[in-house]
Design a protein around this ligand. Sequence first.
Ligand code: PRP
Length: 212
Amino acid sequence: MKQMLNVALPKGRLGEKVYAMFEKAGFECPSIKENNRKLIFENEEKGVRYFWVKPSDVAIYVERGAADIGVAGKDILLEYEPDVYELLDLDIGKCRMAVAAPKDFRDDSQRTLKVATKFSNIAQNYYNSCGRDIDMIHLNGSIEIAPILGLSDVIVDIVETGTTLKENNLEVKETIVPISARLIANKTSFRFKSELIEKIKNELASQTGEIK
Ligand code: PRP
């Protein structure tokens, strides 16, 4: 039986863009476009098997070798620090990690800052680098309401268009890091399936305008 390359794709809008890049790279799998609720698709002839997973889970599949390669946001890689190779910036899914607060918020550096976020590790590293004491409030979603209800002073979250902040009367106070989607590989797979992984990486790189 032919050896298959297992590819974890982030479910959702970003994942569809990513699949389109793989398709253009010559690794199409037409059944993936059929509108059903299946999560695994393969093209045996091309030797690829795709599966849709929650964007925040891609790195877990890749780190543990259930997927050989995958696409994850830089936010997830910075937050969870999975032991994987980061092969390529795909230059899509671009946004930034930022500190945001109500427009009239004035920081008092003498006070411990209350920070609400889904990205505790990124936030902690950022405030450590500033030498600032914080009270971390870990939330799982709807972060924007935390400062409105007085649960936190600021939030650390992803900002793409800025619409969510604007509609909740918040604004960016500091940008922490730019974010985009990255091609990642399992370390063992990269050794044993290097030819195919390199080929995919190069094909995808040519689509991002990078010469590699
Ligand atoms: C992110 C983030 C913001 C929103 C920002 O949420 O948490 O809520 O996008 O986008 P904008 O600047 O274009 O308004 P996402 O949609 O990824 O879902 P989540 O809340 O489940 O993380």
